[in-house]
Design a protein around this ligand. Structure first.
Ligand SMILES: Cc1cc2ncn([C@H]3O[C@H](COP(=O)(O)O)[C@@H](O)[C@H]3O)c2cc1C
Ligand SMILES: O=C(O)c1cccnc1
Length: 352
């Protein structure tokens, strides 16, 4: 599906299904609204599925893996070969996301959307746009066309997995250097200083952090980034992993499935998606708030309040899969709690 086709398919949530779900929550044998945002989550899922009787199906985490040319500037603690190693570890149950996903009953789908070397691994979906982005400190990270193609990879991945029976998604990423690109995008789109939105990523010394900030400033200035054009920002100072996740969010909205956002990098992708297509926002769910300095800023900007505050900053989708578990609790209560009439509390009308 093209980006344009996906945008055209996005509809507002189904109010009737949500009304029905809200009303049903109010009949259950517990104090009104006492499950708070868990109640709202089930209601919103009903609106997304356009189904008065929403059920969670199979859960998938899509992990967009890509390299970033800017790593050549020395903005990371480890080399870019780690991107491929960790991505391949996801096929052997050796990465954090696999272990945490198994707790949530979710399947992990790593996608090579731009790893810098060949990745011939049957467990990794091969969707390479190019062998890593170009170094944004020297010129644009990618062309606008490449950014759109990467977004379409995300849309198509959601479509493909929905065909296989998945109906709830989470985004994750693996890409050494992607906190540098994320901070650049964040600084431009939120009009905040680079210092305020840049952290140590997967680990840096204070001196290295100063250098990272300088590289980001240089990249933004050199590329003459247009803050009013999210695709310009994404292609010049973003990454292929971020673009792929933008596609997952827009694709999720087009295909009427909810998508959980992970940490800093995933939230930056959600910010781009919502700036591009504001109508996709109700299909997106926060999970945790990243411990990177701009974690809260980004969530505030997209109007999403995190469910979990755990000072996590790992990425890969590790926070997003905890969102699945919250959804499990919410749906379990919604479907298994007896109504007032089925209990001996009295009737709903008597009690409320
Ligand atoms: C072994 C390892 C596993 C990871 N898993 C996620 N990340 C996280 O760290 C990277 C971003 O940090 P930076 O911008 O500093 O490179 C991303 O790959 C992100 O997913 C990892 C990083 C490492 C080193
Ligand atoms: O919050 C995140 O997603 C994050 C932060 C630092 C490094 N990797 C991921």
């Amino acid at each position: 599906m093209t980006l344009e086709e996906a945008i055209k398919k996005i509809q507002p949530l189904d109010e009737e299904a949500m009304e029905y779900t809200r009303a049903r929550w109010n009949t259950l044998g517990k104090p009104l609204h006492s499950l708070g945002r868990l109640e709202e989550m089930v209601t919103q899922f009903a609106g997304i599925y356009r189904d008065k009787k929403p059920h969670l199906g199979k859960k998938a985490v899509i992990v967009m893996a890509a390299d970033n040319g800017v790593v050549a500037e020395g903005v990371t603690q480890t080399g870019q070969e780690v991107t491929k190693t960790v991505t391949e570890n996801m096929t052997k149950h050796n990465a954090t996301i696999c272990i945490m996903s198994s707790m949530s009953g979710a399947d992990v789908y790593p996608v090579d959307i731009g790893i810098a070397t060949d990745c011939d691994n049957p467990g990794v979906l091969s969707r390479k746009i190019k062998y890593g982005t170009d170094n944004m400190a020297k010129g644009p990270a990618m062309s606008r066309e490449e950014a759109i193609k990467a977004i379409e990879v995300g849309i198509d991945t959601v479509a493909e997995l929905k065909e296989k029976g998945y109906n709830v998604f989470a985004t994750g990423e693996m890409g050494i250097g992607n906190t540098t690109t994320s901070s650049a995008v964040c600084s431009v789109l939120l009009d905040q200083s680079v210092e305020k939105v840049t952290g140590k990523g997967a680990g840096l010394t204070n001196k290295d952090l100063e250098h990272k900030i300088e590289v980001i400033k240089q990249s933004i200035a050199l590329n003459q980034v247009d803050a009013n054009d999210p695709l310009d920002v994404l292609s010049k100072v973003g990454g292929l992993d971020i673009a792929g996740m933008v596609g997952c969010y827009i694709g999720g909205a087009a295909l009427q499935v909810p998508v959980f956002i992970d940490g800093f990098i995933s939230s930056v992708a959600a910010l781009i998606a919502i700036r591009l297509v504001p109508e996709c926002a109700p299909y997106l769910f926060p999970s945790h708030c990243s411990n990177e300095p701009a974690g809260h800023l980004i969530l505030d900007a997209i109007g999403k309040e995190p469910y979990i505050l755990a000072n996590m900053c790992l990425g890969e989708g590790t926070g997003a899969v905890m969102g699945f578990t919250i959804a499990d609790y919410a749906f379990k209560a919604y479907w298994e709690l007896p109504s007032f009439e089925q209990t001996n509390f009295g009737t709903y009308e008597e009690l409320n």
